[in-house]
Design a protein around this ligand. Structure first.
Ligand code: NAI
Length: 294
């Protein structure tokens, strides 16, 4: 099986390359800037048209949540027009697309886990562009699996786990918000899930269940609880630790509004594809070790 993944340096793209390298029957090729720019639809046509692949994984996105408030046009060009062009280029070649989306499509005012059927109401530019991107992908390519994920971390790129470890090396105490709830998700688990889904799509002769699914780490916490767990696992692998001080969102203002609750229900994915991510604490242990020990 050959996968084409957008974004060369992204957490999910690099995790897919890593996981595929351990499998003899999965090849991953990545395309990204400068030759493939999501803001340039012609470059997308070239990148996907030239590749002979089984599945396209649309993982690249404008992911700077706060910066998007100042650059709504660019965020829209990448997350909506670009995502549409990727899905459409794949559709022209009869290739299914697996597209990544976000928990930030929800307002966060519900206290329950959000299902795929729940009403969306994004509160920030990033969330609005990712929601419009979902609709654009679905309309461009009937063979689509859209995966909403959340709170992504990995050994690669910039993420919350690495930020907490850096801050712990610099200070004794770190203030972290405790009133935003969600599901920490390892990009390595996302990669495993994507490979599982892609194999199913191909083995079912492309009659696999298409549509919208939630894929996150199993279990939930708030950012302060996530930080606490990082501070527990870090010293196990010789890393720094610090005291985590819970604060409220009002004490840590950000440009983009985040949902207070964006915990996602993942039963639909489990029922359709028989796949579920490990508990988030288990995956965090693996990633912490990778960051600290290699
Ligand atoms: N990081 C997170 O916490 C979350 C991510 N997601 C979604 O999951 C997917 C994967 O996220 P990550 O791997 O964490 O993202 P990332 O931020 O690590 O990587 C994004 C990639 O997109 C590329 N990119 C950005 N603009 C581009 C452009 N104009 N043309 C070509 N490439 C461009 C970047 O160069 C980078 O390689 C994205 O669709 C994101 O929206 C969803 C929920 C949470």
């Amino acid at each position: 099986m050959k996968l084409l993944v957008t974004g060369k340096e992204g957490q999910v793209a690099r995790s897919l390359v890593e996981r595929a390298s351990g499998l003899h029957d999965v090849t991953v090729i990545t395309v990204g800037r400068p030759e493939m720019d999501l803001a340039d639809p012609i470059s997308i046509q070239h990148a996907i048209g030239d590749a002979n692949v089984d599945i396209v994984v649309s993982a690249a996105a404008y992911t700077a949540v706060d910066q998007a408030e100042d650059e709504p046009e660019l965020a829209h060009a990448v997350n909506v027009t670009g995502a549409h062009a990727v899905a459409s280029a794949a559709a022209t070649r009869n290739i299914p697309v697996i597209h990544l989306s976000t928990d930030y499509v929800f307002s966060g005012t519900s206290n329950a886990l959000y299902t795929e059927e729940d009403a969306t109401d994004p509160q920030c530019v990033y969330g609005r562009t990712k929601l419009a991107g979902e609709l654009a992908v679905a309309s461009a390519n009937p063979q689509h699996v859209i995966l909403r994920t959340a709170w992504v971390y990995s050994p690669y790129g910039k993420n919350f786990v690495k930020t907490m470890m850096r801050l712990a090396a610099e200070r004794d105490e770190i203030s972290v918000v405790s009133d935003q709830w969600g599901n920490p998700t390892s990009a390595l688990d996302i990669a495993d899930g994507i490979i599982h889904i892609a194999e199913r799509i191909l083995s079912d002769d492309r009659n696999a269940p298409y549509g919208l699914f939630h894929l996150t780490g199993t279990g939930e916490t708030n950012w302060s609880g996530f930080a606490d767990e990082i501070m527990k696992t870090s010293p196990v692998h010789g890393g720094p630790t610090a005291v985590i001080r819970p604060i409220s969102t009002s004490d840590y203002p950000t440009k983009a509004k985040r949902p207070a609750n964006s915990r996602l229900a993942t039963e639909k994915l489990k029922a359709a594809y028989g796949w579920k991510a490990p508990r988030w604490q288990t995956s965090l242990g693996e990633v912490s070790k990778r960051i600290l020990v290699g």
